[in-house]
Design a protein around this ligand. Structure first.
Ligand code: HEM
Length: 331
């Protein structure tokens, strides 16, 4: 009897250790991997979504291109460290931010619109709505304001306390990319080739600078001759000349969120080398044809891909990141 009692006694720590481990794992999962949710601000800031929508509508009414710029801002946020508003941070003594990185410098726009929204939200519900969520909702509302589809944005992202210029340089796709580069860049973020092609349709709005299409309009052969000729008039061949001159990414309907972008690709009128790469005797040709002829199909694939992109590595729970008071600075 005595040995049995003592062996029962010795075995006690194991179940309790197991329970403790399970409890800690569960706790860690709950605190670090909380899910984004549709109704995140319903109780804590009921006016959040209306405030963002109103401010975006006003900004796009004043400057239609702003809708495109806000959409791009969310993309450039999500591809670098995840959707954590790192793109909005100014440089500090301890890190060089993303604003000065190659794909962003002299190109990203819309920071003041986000600042204004944040200022309003800090008055309404201090330190509640993250800058990362503002970017996601502003992107959705921009698309709506330009006549594109609507979707539900999942919420609850928190803001990073760091940014990375080097990740911005390595993880964002460039305008000289070929199809393989593009597929890899998106695959690295968990996005499929369908997501990549559907998301590229965002180039149905907005502008690109001469320096980003120069090589294409002077060197590429898969470009419509009259399209190239008309672009050359505003964008001289000499490096540095008129670098910042703007051209519409979708010449057929520059500010409407429609599937015109894909029709352009069929007639070799993609503005960027990376645009035309989607329709250049490759694996994505069929999808481009489908989107050019079926706007609803593109709309639903675009929405699904935007939701996926918005879910890239968010900071959630209480231990990760913070709710910045000013989107340009950590608290
Ligand atoms: C597929 C790879 C992509 C490449 C290589 C690319 C590259 C570029 C480049 C070079 C510009 C012009 C920047 C300038 O000249 O200042 C631009 C503009 C733009 N991009 Fe992309 N992009 C890509 C994907 C996306 C995605 C996924 C989105 C959004 C979902 C997006 C949204 C935009 C918008 C809306 C503009 C116009 C911005 C404005 O007018 O302010 N792009 N992109």
């Amino acid at each position: 009897m005595a040995p049995a009692a003592s062996s029962r006694h010795r075995s006690r720590p194991f179940p309790s250790l197991l329970i403790l481990t399970l409890a800690l794992t569960l706790f860690a999962t709950v605190t670090t991997k909380a899910q984004l949710s549709e109704n995140y601000y319903d109780a804590s800031c009921p006016a959040a979504l209306l405030t963002i929508r109103t401010a975006v509508a006003a900004a796009v009414l004043l400057d239609r291109r702003m809708g495109a710029s806000l959409l791009r801002l969310h993309f450039h946020d999500c591809f670098v460290q995840g959707c954590d508003a790192s793109v909005l941070l100014d440089d500090t003594g301890s890190f060089t931010g993303e604003k000065g990185a190659g794909p962003n410098a002299g190109s990203l726009r819309g920071f003041e619109v986000i600042d204004n929204i944040k200022m309003l939200l800090e008055l309404l519900c201090p330190q509640t709505v993250s800058c990362a969520d503002i970017l996601a909702v502003a992107a959705r509302d921009s698309v709506g304001q330009l006549g594109g589809p609507y979707w539900t944005v999942l919420l609850g992202r928190r803001d990073s306390t760091t940014a990375s210029a080097s990740l911005a340089n390595s993880d964002l796709p460039g305008p000289k990319s070929n199809l393989n580069n593009l597929l890899n860049t998106f695959a690295n973020k968990g996005l499929s080739s369908t997501d990549m092609v559907a998301l590229s349709g965002a180039h149905t709005v907005g502008r690109a600078q001469c320096k980003n299409c120069r090589a294409r309009i002077y060197n590429d052969t898969d470009i419509d001759a009259s399209f190239a000729a008309s672009l050359r008039t505003g964008c001289p061949q000499q490096a540095g000349a008129n670098d910042g001159a703007l051209e519409p990414l979708d010449a057929s309907s520059p500010d409407a969120f429609d599937n015109g972008y894909f029709g352009n690709l069929l007639s070799q009128r993609g503005l960027l080398h990376s645009d035309q790469a989607l329709f250049d005797v490759g694996t994505t040709d069929d999808l481009v044809r489908t989107y050019a002829s079926n706007s609803d199909q593109w709309g639903s694939d675009f929405v699904a891909a935007m939701v996926k992109m918005g879910n890239i590595s968010p900071l959630t729970g209480t231990d990760n990141g913070e709710i910045r008071m000013n989107c340009r600075r950590v608290n």
